[in-house]
Design a protein around this ligand. Structure first.
Ligand code: NAI
Length: 328
């Protein structure tokens, strides 16, 4: 089985190659180019292609893949908003994805961001490197005894609840579908109550029409002063312009973002030598209480191994014409 792996990074090869021991029938060729209508022609002679979040898997690409003889598109991620699933069905190309991989990885980054912005670890690190051993501007708060408000208690949110309990926090949550298993120590409340009473707010729900800009200037004004806000889900859950207004109102002790509205185009690219034009991100980064990471929540050894295993199993299933819960 021949697989062409688009937009390959070194870390992809390091996580997929070891898993090939369990899939001796699979042969992978890695290329750096992103999958799009032009590069799709390179897949001639391959049984399947593997693509990621920024690929263009629209109808045009799928038609080229079909003509090249490709039978399956394997997304090495959970999301598939960049795939024209109707066109894939029409063309008879199977699309599979990795719906879940190490939710702990994302929750642990969320807690890491909360701790880092609370204690200004990013500043402390640089200060000591500069021989500045003063404690100026580093004062944080104890997490123990504070209220954590978790929005969305699915796979990742549930683990975030567990971590917050471990820190001795009172845990409240909002979700349209309550997770019975958490009710031993989590109290479900309305979104309004969560916003108004939490010391730490962490977002773990998907981006939908309902959740788009769920954090906006109205909700920010209802928050407690000195709240910590964490987003590791999707950038557009928060209105960035409203967040900037809220930061200027001195609402936040800290803001930690692994995702933000302007991230497309930045994610996994080195743009350190570019002059950024009209960048809202740059404005956000100008505040001393904001820390941004670049969509690295999933990026652990365990999560990458799980993605590789599932993707290779998806390839085997697709070639055997087997439908599973991973079908898109
Ligand atoms: P999940 O599907 O297990 O949980 C999502 C939860 O959100 C569900 O309990 C659902 O009922 C709830 N929800 C849906 N609509 C809601 C609303 N309007 N208000 C409140 N809750 C609502 O998803 P999982 O695996 O926990 O992932 C959560 C999010 O994390 C994903 O949507 C994705 O955007 C993000 N993610 C980020 C990664 C990163 O690298 N930073 C990696 C993987 C996922």
């Amino acid at each position: 089985m021949k697989l062409l792996f688009y937009a390959a990074k070194t870390y992809d090869m390091k996580s997929f190659d070891p898993e090939l021991a369990d899939f001796p029938e699979v042969e992978i060729d890695y290329i750096e180019h992103e999958l799009d209508p032009k590069s799709a022609v390179l897949a001639k002679g391959y049984d399947a292609v593997c693509a990621f979040v920024s690929a263009d898997v629209g109808e045009e690409t799928l038609k080229v893949l079909k003509n090249a003889g490709v039978k399956a598109v394997l997304m090495r991620c959970a999301g598939f908003n960049n795939v024209d699933t109707d066109a894939a069905k029409r063309l008879g190309i199977m699309v599979k994805r990795v719906p879940a991989y190490s939710p702990e990885a994302v929750a642990e980054l969320a807690m890491g961001l909360a701790l880092a912005v609370n204690r200004r670890l990013y500043k402390a690190y640089n200060k000591v490197r500069e021989n500045d051993y003063s404690l100026k501007n580093l004062r944080g708060v104890n997490m123990r005894g504070k209220t954590a408000g978790i929005v969305g208690t699915g796979k990742i949110g549930a683990y975030m609840c567990e971590q917050c309990r471990g820190f001795g926090m009172k845990v409240i949550a909002y979700d349209m579908y309550q997770n019975e298993a958490l009710k031993e120590y989590v109290t479900y409340v309305s979104l309004d109550e969560l916003i108004a009473t939490s010391d730490l707010i962490s977002l773990h729900c998907p981006l939908t029409d309902d959740t788009y800009h769920m954090i906006n200037i109205e909700s920010i004004k209802k928050m407690k002063d000195d709240v910590i806000l964490i987003n590791t889900s999707r950038g557009a859950l928060i209105s960035t312009n409203d967040l900037i207004e809220g930061i200027r109102l001195n609402k936040f002790l800290g803001v930690g973002l692994d995702v933000y509205e302007e991230e497309t185009g930045n994610v996994y690219e080195d743009r350190s030598d570019e002059i950024m034009q009209h960048s809202v991100t740059s404005r956000l980064l100008s505040f001393p209480n904001v820390m941004i990471t670049s969509h690295q929540g999933f990026y652990t050894k365990e999560a990458l191994a799980a993605i590789a295993q599932t993707t290779l199993q998806n390839l085997k299933d697709a070639m055997a014409g087997v439908s599973t819960g991973n079908d898109v």
